[in-house]
Design a protein around this ligand. Structure first.
Ligand SMILES: [Zn+2]
Length: 373
């Protein structure tokens, strides 16, 4: 029998990235429930020949032998925003693959896993000295706990941090800081007619929200304020005993964020006092706004994208890279797939973009091997 023609390297790579993508996506990783996916990724990396350890918070960590030049941490987050019980099976719609979390961040994990396998096969010869990681707790109230731990454990010996996250072409170079608060109002309540005008927790919350919308929020440095959810009361004819809302504050500047939070707290407390209610404020999120000089990293990222025919755009966002920047480590987030509807159950990716994302990632590493960081 004549030997079968060997498929091109690219075809092999595409097949293996897609296989990992499916497996990783279909292993659910709800917030604070990443263990099954972490175990899977650890097994895949071990099978690829890496020395894999698990740290105290559940991150998967694997130092890679060899390489030259700077020491770079590369991390992709394990968790999704989707709760337990969400159907995470992957479906094909025409050219697209769809599933909750398939892009953010299963696609990045799949690319990183394929990279680990290529290392085992002697590929990716030109690279910096690397440690690969799959982190817990990036999304929502996970509050970057995985990346914080990773950085705490490794920043001494590291020169740079690359988070694989986001869409191909996107380079996150600035860390948007955020503070999240929950305000809970409590009042005496009563009958809407019989006890009127007893203090109402709903009215107090409304007054506080109104006051928040009157706060000066600077446009430069870019800063934002959002009351995302409100709740409270029991009935149309009851004066509410309880009400509350959550608040998301963001800024590119840590001091501005600090000041905005102080003013927001003050506005909420003053509104509660005026309304005759009690208020309790709880901080449920704190992501540092930080900047470490990352211009070499950004330049390498843009060059890598250019080399694969992608137009790069430099943006600000909140990713695992925030944790690195906060400890003074130059960091970026680098996207390796094309897709859409992140954080929605209709999330999709273009599988054909993964190979290009993979190649861009390899180009980034080639550039970093010779970079002075
Ligand atoms: Zn993400």
């Amino acid at each position: 029998m004549p030997p079968r023609p060997r498929p091109a390297v690219g075809a092999n790579l595409q097949t293996s990235v897609e296989r990992h993508l499916r497996e990783i996506t279909e292993t659910a990783a709800p917030p604070f429930g990443e263990e099954a996916r972490a175990t899977l990724v650890a097994e895949l990396w071990r099978a690829a020949g890496l020395q894999v350890t698990r740290d105290t918070v559940g991150n998967v960590v694997a130092p890679v032998g060899g390489g030259r030049g700077p020491r770079v941490l590369v991390a992709a987050h394990l968790d999704t925003v989707f709760g337990e019980g969400t159907d995470v099976s992957v479906r094909r719609h025409g050219e697209r693959l769809c599933a909750p979390g398939i892009g953010d961040n299963s696609a990045s994990l799949a690319v990183l896993t394929a990279f680990a396998e290529r290392l085992a096969g002697g590929g990716a010869a030109v690279r910096p000295r690397l440690t690969l990681a799959a982190t817990v707790g990036e999304e929502g109230v996970g509050d970057l706990r995985g990346a914080r731990q990773l950085v705490a454990d490794h920043h001494e010996g590291a020169d740079a941090f690359v988070a694989l996250d986001g869409h191909l072409g996107t380079v996150v170079a600035q860390a948007v800081g955020s503070r999240r608060l929950v305000a809970r109002f409590q009042g005496p309540g009563g009958h809407s007619w019989g006890d009127y005008p007893a203090a109402s927790a709903v009215h107090a919350a409304g007054e506080a929200i109104h006051a928040l919308t009157r706060l000066a929020v600077p446009g430069e440095p870019r800063t934002s304020l959002n009351v995302g959810q409100v709740w409270g009361g029991t009935s149309v004819n009851a004066i509410a005993q309880q009400a509350g809302f959550n608040l998301d504050l963001r800024s590119l500047d840590g001091d501005v964020l600090e000041d905005l939070e102080r003013r927001a707290r003050h506005a909420i407390q003053a509104a509660a006092r005026r309304s005759g209610c009690q208020v309790a404020l709880e901080q449920v999120g704190d992501r540092p706004a930080a900047f470490a000089d990352n211009h070499t990293l950004v330049a390498c990222a843009l060059r890598a994208l250019d080399a694969v025919g992608e137009k790069g755009s430099v943006v600000a966002s909140s990713t695992d890279a925030n944790a690195a920047m906060a400890s003074g480590l130059p960091a970026i987030a680098f996207g390796v797939y094309r897709g859409g509807d992140a954080h929605r159950t209709s999330e999709w990716i273009e599988p054909a973009s993964l190979l290009r994302g993979y190649r861009a990632f390899e180009r980034l590493l080639v550039c970093l091997a010779d970079a002075r960081l």
